[in-house]
Structure formats: structure tokens, C-alpha cells
Design a protein around this ligand. Structure first.
Ligand code: ZN
Length: 99
């Protein structure tokens, strides 16, 4: 039997710390010190990742995971709004694959 090697890039979620395929995560990049959502997944800059689910979003806000990555104090509301925007845009356009 022939085996197909699938080497999907794995990235670690900043909230649950689990490694997952990149397409199950939201990518953010640092624009200066401000995190911005990278929907295309191709923006330049230092990236970090968060699971595409409400649980990890909440955890990230609660544990101030963004502050750690961005090395500055972000307002909780600011982080929530940023995540909400991304989740909305994913639900709008892309099909989220269940695996
Ligand atoms: Zn996660």
C-alpha cells in the first residue's frame, strides 16, 4: 500500500498550547506592537496563532495571552473585538473544515 505523506505545517495555539494544522487556526501578525488578524495567512511579520473557536478565544483574553506575545498591555475589549472580527469573517467567507 502506498502512503501519502502529508506534512501540514503545525502551529501552536497561544491559548491551549496545542499544536494544530495551520488551517484550523487563526493567524495574527504583529504590526509594530499591535496584533492584526491575518486572514490570508500570508502577511509578513511575526505571526502567532489561535484556535478558531470561542473557547480558545475566551482563554486568550482571560489569560492575557496576547499581552505576552505582543509584549505590551492590551485592553481586554480590544483583544475581544479583534478576535470577534476574525471569527465573523471566517464564518462569512471561508468554509471551516471539520476533521
Ligand atoms: Zn487553542
Amino acid at each position: 500500500m502506498r502512503r501519502h505523506k502529508t506534512t501540514k505545517p503545525m502551529r501552536r495555539c497561544i491559548a491551549c498550547r496545542e499544536s494544530k494544522p495551520q488551517d484550523e487556526l487563526i493567524r495574527f501578525v504583529l504590526n509594530g506592537q499591535d496584533p492584526v488578524a491575518d486572514i490570508s495567512g500570508r502577511a509578513e511579520g511575526r505571526g502567532f496563532y489561535l484556535c478558531r473557536n470561542a473557547e480558545c478565544s475566551a482563554t486568550a483574553v482571560m489569560r492575557k495571552a496576547f499581552n505576552r506575545v505582543c509584549k505590551r498591555n492590551l485592553d481586554e475589549k480590544e483583544i475581544s473585538r479583534l478576535i470577534e472580527q476574525v471569527l465573523d469573517s471566517y464564518q462569512g467567507g471561508m468554509d471551516v473544515k471539520e476533521s
